[in-house]
Design a protein around this ligand. Structure first.
Ligand SMILES: [Fe+2]
Length: 294
């Protein structure tokens, strides 16, 4: 842990955008010492029944970035999301910036390339992305030296991104009263997820943690920000010193009761292509529904 270039003195401005359709949080993160920003986990709107894609959520982020006079340098995906579609290419086309994800995207592309019976034109080398991060890799958002921590378990390519005193935890953790994300998708592993969560909890107590999802458990309002100290003390799945064995048993039993996310089929096809919608032989955007494969 000590090898990561942690700098709690850098305090970026974080603006959250909540997507009610998928309970996803997207973020614009601004370097405190320049006008440079990053986007974390954007959302593209889809009406599956109609097969219609729109960009209201992404447009709200773009409007904010333009109104603040910011320059977008990075479009980060914490992982290949299974519950919403990324708007990364749409935002990149409007504002520029590089799209980055964990290098284990190759594992995800191989797994789901088979499930969706993708042809040879679907490259499984991560080349749809501009940057593939390994554990500990750094990148600049203006003056901020940011870094990625490999946190597999929910999916193989999950990474937590740390920018100054703020960490974007993806689906490793939810708010303390929400616990943790499922670990039963292809390539998921509850034991790995526990180990990855420990990496997050080893960050400084005061580090701000920003969630990718919140479902407002027990009827509370949507929240997305907590700290390492709060998660260590109060997380209902891993806080208070719950052991690895206890977590794996609990997580495995819980996951067996969960339905597939409503948008898993379109999400995976799009997100494993860095947010591009696949196309048919005539070049028209199209999504598949493989039957009885998940
Ligand atoms: Fe996820």
């Amino acid at each position: 842990m000590s090898d990561y270039p942690i700098n709690m003195a850098i305090i970026p401005q974080v603006k959250a955008f909540f997507d009610e359709a998928t309970n996803t949080l997207s973020y614009v993160v601004k370097d405190p010492d320049s006008n440079v920003c990053a986007v974390v986990d954007s959302v593209m709107d889809i009406d599956m029944a109609a097969g219609r894609i729109t960009y209201d959520h992404a447009d709200a982020m773009i409007t904010h970035i333009e109104a603040e006079g910011l320059r977008l340098e990075w479009i980060i995906e914490t992982h290949v999301h299974a519950d919403h579609l990324s708007a990364a290419p749409y935002i990149q086309q409007k504002l520029g910036g590089e799209i980055g994800i964990g290098e284990k995207i190759l594992v995800v592309q191989d797994t789901f390339g088979k499930i969706f019976n993708e042809g040879t034109e679907f490259q499984r080398d991560g080349s749809q992305f501009d940057r593939l991060f390994r554990d500990g890799d750094t990148y600049q958002v203006g003056g901020m030296t940011c870094f990625a921590i490999h946190t597999p378990g929910h999916t193989p390519a999950c990474m937590v991104h740390v920018m100054g005193d703020a960490a974007f935890v993806g689906d490793t953790l939810f708010m303390p009263d929400g616990g943790s994300a499922r670990a039963d998708f292809p390539g998921g592993d509850a034991g790995q997820l526990y180990d990855s969560i420990q990496k997050v909890l080893a960050l400084p107590d005061a580090m701000r943690l920003f969630m990718c999802h919140d479902y407002g458990p027990n009827g509370r309002d949507i929240q997305w920000q907590t700290t390492v100290a709060e998660e260590k003390a109060h997380n209902i799945h891993v806080g208070g010193g719950r052991t690895r064995e206890e977590f794996v048993k609990f997580r495995t039993e819980r996951d067996a009761t969960l339905a597939m996310p409503r948008l898993i089929l379109p999400s995976l096809q799009v997100n494993m292509r860095a947010g591009e919608v696949p196309r048919d032989v005539d070049g028209n955007p199209v999504l598949k529904v493989p039957v009885n494969r998940l």
